[in-house]
Design a binder for this molecule. Structure first.
Ligand SMILES: Cc1cc2nc3c(=O)[nH]c(=O)nc-3n(C[C@H](O)[C@H](O)[C@H](O)COP(=O)(O)O)c2cc1C
Length: 509
């Protein structure tokens, strides 16, 4: 069935909240909540396995006084497939498999942004000595965090000094003091490429802006490995079906959405003497990670914000029973991106790709209609050769097209009986780049300041039927025996008698 998509340009985060409210997807917490640990604990406990509501906190301790610069915090809107479908302009009941297929197309689309003179984000402009990050109700999300993280789902804007193409990525940032934000970034991410380009030009710092709170396409795209050289604003435009309207920052010539809630402008300093301590933080792996170390730090020059701004934030980290926004988003966009990588590599017969939300696609499942021997190895090589695999796709499992990769039992069954570790079905690709936050990697190898990236030993599980086996005349020339499931004729005959047998309405296959 053709999906009916009506691209949704909400206009700003407030209209997105209205849309969520209208669908019964938003819960407003009006009781007083402490920004210190309590708020983050509520978000984590409420999100469930993709089942919890989006949350708007409107009564936050210490920030519920008249004159508070910021009073409200919004979290949780992307941790659910119904809401993800709304972002794409689809019916909320659309199956994740269809979301992945659609994401393949829309993430490859571009619609350039439009520059406008001004917008609501300029309603308040705070500069110089008046800048005080503590004026916003930034949660101390987890008791174990090293501080208050103001950039958790912020779109971090930088630009390539040679091409002027901007990049928008999500990189965690902690309040170091009233006007400094140390961040956690890898040299292998696009922000790292930009930093290198500025350094090679002799710059001591790089313009940067954090966009905190806009339409959900910002959340979706900024956290996605959109290819280097393609600006996320262009992809956001393609998804929402209208150009993103941008205004120029006060401190430099980066551009930010005109209707953003809060924009923090500044410069990322390169001199290690300026680094401030950052971390640890409750991370995407579901573990506390990224130990306290001096990290590259943003010198904040200006904050612009709307009247009564809403601080957008999120808890990172998925666990069984509690899926984060990043995890649910990743399961869609990182599956879509992996599928596009396989297509571009020219691998035939890919019929489905899925990375379940509980690990945010650290384990990737690929379903193929294999036509030649060892096709699964080509799949793994292509995935791991792509820059998109930097912090994902550690383990790749490939199955045949009779295995539903959205069905855990089906995949597990294929691994049980189509994998033979002595027949090269298990392949390790040692010492590749990878997430510096994964606790299964030794501490020394997680040092991203020393190595620029983490270290992953990657694994292919080839759970396809081995085409290197000889066709067996006993199985009609097939490599594997038939399963015990009845033949179509036998099944049909019994189905015809199902009611007569008194089995109608009972659970069955
Ligand atoms: C909520 C959230 C938090 C993230 N935190 C970080 C982070 O602290 N550091 C980092 O390098 N990537 C982080 N990521 C992943 C990057 O945003 C992602 O890899 C993205 O592709 C980076 O943009 P880029 O591809 O333009 O470099 C986070 C993603 C999300 C959604």
């Amino acid at each position: 069935m053709e999906l009916e998509r009506k691209p949704a340009a909400f206009g700003d985060m407030r209209r997105w909240l209205d849309a969520l409210r209208a669908e019964g997807e938003l819960h407003e917490v009006k009781a007083e909540v402490d920004w210190n640990t309590e708020l983050g604990t509520i978000v984590r406990m409420a999100q469930g396995p993709g089942t919890g509501p989006a949350l708007l906190f409107s009564n936050i301790k210490d920030y519920n006084k008249p004159g508070s610069r910021g009073r409200r915090v919004f979290a949780g809107s992307m941790s659910n497939y119904r809401r993800m479908a709304m972002v794409f302009g689809l019916h909320p009941d659309t199956h994740p498999r269809e979301l992945v297929k659609l994401a393949r197309n829309i993430m490859a689309g571009t619609l350039p942004p439009k520059k406008v003179g001004t917008g609501p984000v300029k309603e308040n402009i705070v500069t110089g000595k008046d800048v005080d990050l503590f004026e916003f109700p930034t949660p101390h999300w987890n008791r174990t965090d090293g501080g208050r993280y103001i950039a958790t789902y912020a779109g971090c804007v930088t630009k390539n000094p040679d091409t002027n193409v901007m990049n928008v990525g999500v990189y965690r940032g902690m309040i170091g003091d009233k006007n400094h934000i140390p961040i956690y970034m890898y040299r292998a991410q696009h922000i790292g490429h930009h930093a290198l380009a500025w350094q090679q030009k002799g710059a001591k710092e790089m313009p940067i802006a954090f966009v905190i709170g806009w339409e959900p396409t910002l959340d979706f795209c900024a956290g996605s490995p959109v290819p280097m050289g393609v600006c996320e604003y262009d992809v956001m435009g393609a998804i929402r079906g209208a150009p993103v309207e941008l205004v120029k920052c006060e401190s430099h010539d980066l551009y930010v959405p005109a209707t953003a809630e809060i924009v923090i402008e500044g410069f990322l300093q390169f001199d290690p003497a300026t680094h401030m301590e950052e971390g640890p933080f409750g991370e995407f792996t579901g573990y506390v990670a990224g130990e306290r170390l001096p990290r590259p730090t943003v010198r904040v020059t200006t904050i612009t914000h709307r009247n009564d701004p809403i601080l957008r934030g999120t808890v990172e980290g998925a666990l069984p029973g509690s899926f984060s926004e990043n995890a649910v988003c990743s399961s869609i966009m990182r599956s879509a991106i992996a599928w596009n990588v396989l297509d571009r590599a020219g691998i035939p017969g890919v019929t489905d790709v899925w990375g379940p939300p509980v690990h945010a696609t650290t384990n990737l499942l690929v379903q193929i209609k294999q036509t030649y021997r060892n096709q699964a190895k080509q799949v793994a090589n292509a995935i791991w050769g792509s820059s998109a695999s930097h912090v994902r796709y550690k383990h790749v499992t490939v199955v045949d097209d009779d295995i539903d990769i959205h069905d855990y039992a089906a995949v597990d069954w294929a691994i049980a009986y189509r994998v033979n570790a002595g027949e090269n079905d298990i392949v390790i690709m040692p010492s590749t780049f990878g997430a510096g936050l994964d606790p299964s990697t030794r501490k020394r190898d997680r040092d991203i300041a020393l190595f620029g990236s983490g270290k992953w030993n990657r694994l292919l599980i080839d759970a396809t039927i081995n085409l290197d086996y000889d066709p067996d005349p006993d199985f009609g020339g097939a490599r594997f025996p038939p399963t015990v499931w009845p033949s179509p004729e036998d099944e049909q005959a019994v189905r015809a008698r199902w009611k007569e047998l008194g089995l109608d309405g009972k659970k069955r296959g």
